[in-house]
Design a binder for this molecule. Structure first.
Ligand SMILES: Cc1ncc(COP(=O)(O)O)c(C=O)c1O
Length: 484
């Protein structure tokens, strides 16, 4: 007898009907209302209960099957297969609080090259795959903006950016709790340039800057190139920076800045609570400490748009950095920062660094946001990434050695994996590359080369048999390394 489940009527909010139906069933599985082994209603029965079409119900069941949550048993029906991995068992990191010179560039040069190599299965670089980008719409906009485009080709934009884009970003960020005037924003060449400019504005060679542990390796790359030293700060895989430990570090160590990512942090995938953001902003305000907040995945979180620390910043101490690289198109190289009290300095640094950002790309993105295309696109791809992360997480848990733990990202598209201690992440990286698969090894996410038995997988490309097989193969290689 299948369990009886009560479904709501179709949402009518623009969400694909099959998607909202799949979401409802997934939530029932997550909540434990539907348990492993329960038979769920037949397609015909659910069609009647939910007032959706047969093809909608079938599509929803296919999605749930793809996520590994249900299975079809011949002659019998659909059954709940497993609960989604609830929460992570990865512990809060506990790095040494001694400042140290950053040393990642040597390793990163080769790894970065492989992460961009289209010949490898793309589980390494955190890049969205081509089908995830709204290329048709962007190219159409570029054509219809032909007049601007022709003008743009023979003209430098202002160093601080095109007014249209500054306006569009300011209005888009209202949902993140920020009230920007367009001129508060400086457009950059990707978030990476924004991070570098902010670091240059507040720190110099030899200074110490606090970073999350683990942290995005691009931050470390920037610090190493500026000879800025790092202190790694304990970071919880679901709650973010450990604020007690931060207070203790600040009591004995002079930091010139702090760099954090509060929304869908790379590589852990957490979103910190509003209370955590408010408290972090209070701490840095008391210390007059610049906070560089990297919000590059902020538009790609699973729930409603989360706020940022910048939303609580009354003193202009938070330098918010972001880009359209993860959510729209990395190749357009459009990022930005809202650097608070360092606004003038950042504009000057931008001018001396790359003069201005790509004129036409700025116009196209501004028009896309203004026409509502960006928000529609985000609604679509965040759901896809959420599903893909769940499928990838289940695939890892099925195919990696016993004792593997997986983080529980609530945004973005990367998955942080803790392997059993006997497995060396660099050896796994080498073997995966030799097998034609790119992965990101844990040590590049730490200035001290910690995370020697961790890896990060990127699920930014559309889920496919190749991606699934790639993950399973990395799991087999990990098993081989664990028995050596
Ligand atoms: C957390 C984080 N910040 C910044 C960047 C750099 O973004 P962009 O490509 O816009 O320079 C990345 C890219 O991977 C990232 O993951």
């Amino acid at each position: 007898m299948p369990v009886s489940i009560k479904m709501t009527q179709p949402a009518g909010d623009g969400t694909a009907a099959y998607q909202s139906l799949a979401d409802e069933i997934r939530e029932l599985i997550e909540a434990g209302t539907l348990r492993v082994g329960d038979r769920i209603p037949s397609i015909r029965r659910l069609r009647q209960q939910s007032s959706r079409s047969i093809s909608t119900v079938l599509h929803a069941y296919q999605v749930l099957e793809g996520m590994g949550l249900i299975e079809a048993r011949p002659q019998s029906g659909y059954y709940v297969k497993r609960r989604p991995s609830a929460g992570s068992t990865i512990a809060c990191s506990d790095p040494s609080s001694t400042p140290r010179a950053v040393n990642v560039l040597d390793r990163l040069t080769r790894i970065n090259r492989e992460m961009c190599d289209p010949a490898l299965v793309p589980l390494g670089g955190a890049h969205p795959g081509k089908p995830m980008l709204p290329m048709r719409q962007l190219l159409r906009l570029e054509r219809t903006l032909g007049r601007v485009a022709r003008r743009g080709a023979d003209w430098y934009e202002f160093p601080a950016g095109a007014l249209e884009l500054q306006q569009a970003i300011a209005s888009h960020y209202i949902d993140a709790g920020c009230t920007f005037a367009p001129e508060d924003i400086v457009v950059t060449c990707g978030a990476q340039e924004a991070l570098v400019l902010c670091l240059r504005a507040v720190a110099k060679a030899g200074d110490v800057v606090g970073v999350e542990s683990p942290t995005y390796f691009g931050v470390l790359q920037a610090m190493e190139s500026l000879s800025i030293r790092a202190v790694e700060l304990p970071t919880h895989p679901q709650h973010g920076l450990d604020l007690d430990r931060l207070r203790r570090t600040l009591a004995r160590q002079k930091l010139k800045a702090l760099i954090v990512s509060t929304n869908a942090q790379n590589p852990l995938g957490f979103v910190t609570s509003d209370e955590h953001k408010r408290e972090l902003t209070r701490i840095i305000t008391r210390q007059r400490l610049p906070l560089i907040e990297d919000d590059v995945y902020g538009d790609l979180t699973h729930g409603p748009r989360p706020r940022t620390c910048k939303a609580y910043d009354e003193e202009g101490l938070v330098m918010l950095c972001s880009s359209f690289s993860k959510s729209l198109a990395p190749g357009m190289r459009i990022g930005w920062c809202a650097p608070g009290r360092w606004r003038e300095q950042i504009e000057r640094l931008k001018f001396s660094s790359t003069i201005a950002s790509h004129t036409i790309a700025q116009q196209v993105i501004a028009a896309y946001i203004k026409q509502g295309g960006y928000v529609r696109h985000l609604r679509k791809i965040t759901r896809i990434y959420e599903q893909q992360l769940c499928t990838a997480s289940n695939t890892v848990l099925e195919s990696f050695p016993a004792g593997t733990n997986v983080a529980h990202p609530v945004g973005g598209f990367v998955l942080w994996i803790e392997l059993p201690r006997t497995i060396d992440a660099m050896a796994l990286y080498e073997r995966s590359a030799a097998a034609g698969i790119s992965i990101a090894p844990g040590p590049i996410f730490s200035p001290s080369g910690r995370y020697q038995h961790h890896i990060r997988l990127s699920i930014g490309h559309p889920w496919s048999p190749t991606l699934a097989a790639g993950i399973r193969r990395v799991g087999e290689l990990a098993k081989e390394l664990s028995v050596r």
